[in-house]
Design a protein around this ligand. Structure first.
Ligand SMILES: Cc1cc2nc3c(=O)[nH]c(=O)nc-3n(C[C@H](O)[C@H](O)[C@H](O)COP(=O)(O)OP(=O)(O)OC[C@H]3O[C@@H](n4cnc5c(N)ncnc54)[C@H](O)[C@@H]3O)c2cc1C
Length: 239
């Protein structure tokens, strides 16, 4: 059975959305790109696991977060795109310094949540337009801070549908990347912050946002050039 026929069989058993030959442009921050053979938006973790188990052996799969570090070719992607939605966007406080966040939560939402709970260390996330999943993959950061400094562990599912937890101490992070297997889907992550005064946290957030605005002028066209210069196009180009 070819992959489309396999996916059509799975479609009968789940309630999450499966789209065929759908344009990826609305899934990219840059609003560019051709269609994907299949886009799968699981309704929950159970469906994601069932889907992966049913297509065992098919590895041409890519995960998309907010698409803010992804350029999609006009020719599109001849495989399966997995897009995690609301079921993976929870954020909660575990204890007074630990936050657990779903991988489709926006960086900005995690930063705001940390502020509400008087936790510092997350301020830089307010400047980055991606999701937690994309942030971990890219070790996103700015102004001397990055995800690796606050991450305790990440919960992942592999393309065979197996779940495991990987501790941050077992991950090799480097500038805008990490050595986590590309065939892993991040589901959620645990972060540690430091208790601090809300006003101090808010001031730091505002100052970073202002600094960033001045430096980048946040022009999309200019950022494409920045991405090309920093070689992230290799990551993007693989789509
Ligand atoms: C205006 C602008 C400003 C930016 N500023 C910064 C900055 O200051 N610092 C910085 O580091 N970056 C910056 N970026 C780049 C980008 O926002 C970050 O790299 C961001 O973390 C990418 O997140 P995303 O969800 O958009 O990832 P995507 O572009 O969707 O994906 C990026 C990579 O992560 C993988 N991925 C996404 N989600 C998951 C998941 N759940 N499981 C496994 N893999 C996953 C994708 O497969 C892909 O390989 C900027 C981009 C823009 C457009």
């Amino acid at each position: 059975m070819n992959i489309i026929a396999q996916v059509k069989e799975i479609e009968k058993k789940i309630s999450g959305k499966i789209l065929f030959n759908e344009s990826l442009s609305k899934y990219s921050w840059f609003n560019l790109g051709g269609p994907a053979k299949v886009i799968f938006k699981p309704k929950n973790l159970n469906e994601l696991s069932l889907f992966l188990k049913s297509i065992k052996g098919f590895n041409n799969i890519k995960i998309l977060g907010a698409g803010s570090n992804t350029l999609i070719r006009d020719g599109g992607f001849n495989g399966i795109i997995i897009k995690l939605g609301e079921a993976f966007s929870h954020i909660s406080l575990f204890d007074n310094s630990t936050i657990i966040a779903g991988s489709s939560s926006l960086d900005k939402s995690l930063s705001n949540f940390a502020l509400e709970n008087s936790l510092s260390g997350f301020e830089f996330l307010s400047c980055i337009p991606g999701t937690i999943g994309g942030g971990i993959r890219m070790n996103s950061g700015c102004y001397g801070e990055d995800i690796s400094k606050i991450l305790l562990s990440v919960q992942v599912i592999d393309f065979l549908g197996n779940i495991k937890v990987i501790y941050s101490s077992d991950i090799n992070f480097f500038y805008r990347g990490c050595d986590l297997d590309p065939n892993l889907i991040f589901i959620s992550a645990t972060f540690r912050g430091e208790n601090n005064d809300k006003n101090t946290i808010k001031e730091k957030m505002n100052s970073l946002i202002q600094k960033k605005k001045k430096r980048t002028n946040l022009q999309k066209s200019r950022l494409v050039v920045v991405l090309l210069k920093t070689q992230q196009i290799t990551e993007l180009g693989s789509l």
